[in-house]
Design a protein around this ligand. Structure first.
Ligand SMILES: C[S@@+](CC[C@H](N)C(=O)[O-])C[C@H]1O[C@@H](n2cnc3c(N)ncnc32)[C@H](O)[C@@H]1O
Length: 271
């Protein structure tokens, strides 16, 4: 897919998903975010650059650790995701985080100015993830470190059918290389290609718990990567895709709800 088209799909797709994002994904992504933050070993007073920060779920946690003497520049391609983050920052009076709209592959920051670079569950959406990692490498001080979490292998993610179910009803693929970084040592090799050293990689198998079928469908279609296409569907198509998705996760049904497997890969590396 042409990179600019992918960026537009991402930008306006996440604008569309923004209002539903936290209720859909906040707790499901938490294990991967926890392990990523643990690997980041952030210290008070440090300066952080974050890409694909979304509504700031990780940014605010990092802000707490760096404290008032530290600084987080949290960036994302979607203005609507950032607006939610800004509102939270304002309400909680957290001023060591600045939210700014930037595309991950071209960061408007000076070279060598951050201790840590971070990206939680964002690199899969970026057209050229190695370019984004190179940008993070450039932004880091010598000896600075980077951490990133992505979804794991497709066959370990029980919800993966959402892409096919939506793609076959629209003319372009929603996110063509989504599971690429989750394969074998792809994330490690991307870190290496961007210049990082001493790379550590972890795999984490979790379960995405949904109390009802409606909850599972809302997370899949409204608050995530296929929202742009989904909200344009006629009502009958929406019903059809939800039925198809529930059929695809039927093996994970537990009573009224679902326990869907999900795998994450988390890497860290040094400049
Ligand atoms: C699943 S959300 C993750 C948000 C946050 N990091 C978290 O852990 O909750 C993915 C985010 O990636 C952003 N994104 C997608 N493509 C991007 C790009 N090319 N550059 C920057 N951000 C991008 C989306 O706007 C969205 O906010």
């Amino acid at each position: 897919m042409e990179p600019n088209l992918q960026r537009r799909i991402q930008r306006y797709g996440w604008d569309r998903a923004a209002a539903y994002y936290e209720s859909s994904w906040q707790w499901q992504l938490r294990p991967a975010q926890d392990l990523m933050l643990q690997m980041a070993a952030l210290q008070p007073g440090e300066r952080v650059i974050e890409i694909a920060c979304g509504t700031g779920l990780v940014s605010f946690r990092m802000a707490e650790t760096v404290g008032k003497s530290g600084f987080i520049l949290a960036t994302d391609i979607s203005e609507k995701m950032l607006n939610i983050a800004r509102q939270v920052g304002y309400q909680k009076n957290i001023d060591q985080v600045q939210f700014s709209r930037m595309e991950a592959e071209s960061l408007d920051v000076p070279e060598g100015s951050f201790n840590l670079a971070a990206c939680a569950l964002g690199l899969m959406y970026v057209p050229r993830p190695i370019k984004a990692l190179q940008e993070l490498h450039r932004a880091l001080l010598p000896g600075g470190r980077a951490v990133a979490a992505v979804w794991g292998q497709r066959d370990q993610c029980g919800w993966a059918e959402i892409f096919e179910i939506v793609d076959k009803r629209v003319s372009s693929e929603v996110c063509p290389m989504f599971f690429n970084l989750g394969n074998k040592d792809m994330l490690k090799r991307s870190f290496e290609a961007a210049g990082f050293k001493n790379i550590r990689m972890e795999r984490l198998l979790t379960q995405l718990a949904y109390a009802t079928a409606a909850e599972a469908c809302a997370a899949a279609f409204e608050g995530g990567p296929v929202a742009l296409a989904y909200f344009k569907f006629e009502e009958w198509v929406k019903e059809e895709v939800k039925k198809e998705y529930l059929h695809s996760i039927k093996v994970f049904q537990e009573g009224e709800g679902y326990l869907v497997p999900g795998e994450f890969v988390i890497a860290s590396g040094y400049k």
